[in-house]
Write a protein that binds this ligand. Structure first.
Ligand code: SF4
Ligand code: SF4
Ligand code: FES
Length: 218
């Protein structure tokens, strides 16, 4: 039998089972925390940092998706400082993203677009950050889906899906820094990899990096 843990979130008393994360506690209380690299059913790696929250008496901000609750914890999910950090995090993600929502096949269902609408960004700061947009070739070799690395936000959801749900390990994160992206072994076309075309990663990709063939590029 698991013990219940009592904490407060934005002053609201919340009780959740031991082992729950701050994100799960917030969701159980109807408190919104933005997420991007978190995907229910997969381990949380805390890579995107969009879910950072404050914990009373702690100096650093903590990722809600992978921080377990503790008895008596007092969490703040939203204030001016958290908003500023989330906006800068989003701007860094956008700085090398092929950011043309109007022409994007995922427009309307894209998680990154949803966060831009909710959190916003500072256009002048983003322009200062702006790198030359990636212009990598789109891998259309798989008969069922395409992989556009220019849209990849390095969330790792596809990698964890293939490893933890499908058990195939067809993809991993490849390259470093601005070049970081999801990649098959040796960065081969999908048709030459061990991918079994199950589509589970395509289903979970939050942006238009992995998309079903029917979602045509303009
Ligand atoms: S391909 Fe999609 S799911 Fe995979 S790391 Fe890139 S954005 Fe995330
Ligand atoms: S479609 Fe291929 S890469 Fe994606 S989860 Fe399935 S086996 Fe892995
Ligand atoms: S959703 Fe928590 S770090 Fe990405």
């Amino acid at each position: 039998m698991t013990n219940d843990i009592s904490l407060t979130i934005n002053g609201l008393a919340v009780k959740v089972p031991e082992g729950a994360t701050i994100l799960e506690a917030a969701q159980s209380a109807g408190v919104y925390i933005p997420t991007l690299c978190h995907c229910p059913g997969l381990t949380s790696e805390g890579t995107c940092r969009i879910c950072l929250v404050k914990i009373e008496n702690k100096k650093k901000l903590h990722p809600a998706c992978r921080t377990p609750v503790k008895e008596g914890m007092a969490v703040v999910t939203d204030d001016a400082e958290i908003e500023r950090v989330r906006r800068v995090t989003l701007e860094l993600l956008l700085s090398d993203h092929d950011f043309n929502c109007l022409l994007c096949p995922k427009s309307g269902t894209c998680r990154l677009q949803e966060l831009v609408n909710r959190i916003g960004f500072d256009e002048r700061r983003l322009n200062r950050l702006n790198r030359v947009a990636k212009d990598l070739p789109v891998d259309t070799s798989n008969p069922f889906f395409d992989f556009n690395p220019n849209k990849c936000i390095q969330c790792g959801i596809c990698v964890r899906t293939c490893r933890e749900i499908v058990g195939v390990h067809a993809i991993d994160m490849g390259y470093r820094g601005y070049e970081l992206k999801a990649s098959t072994f040796g960065d081969k076309p999908f048709k030459d990899s061990v991918c079994v075309s199950c589509g589970e990663c395509v289903e979970r990709c939050p942006v238009a990096a992995l998309i079903p063939k029917k979602m045509e590029y303009p």
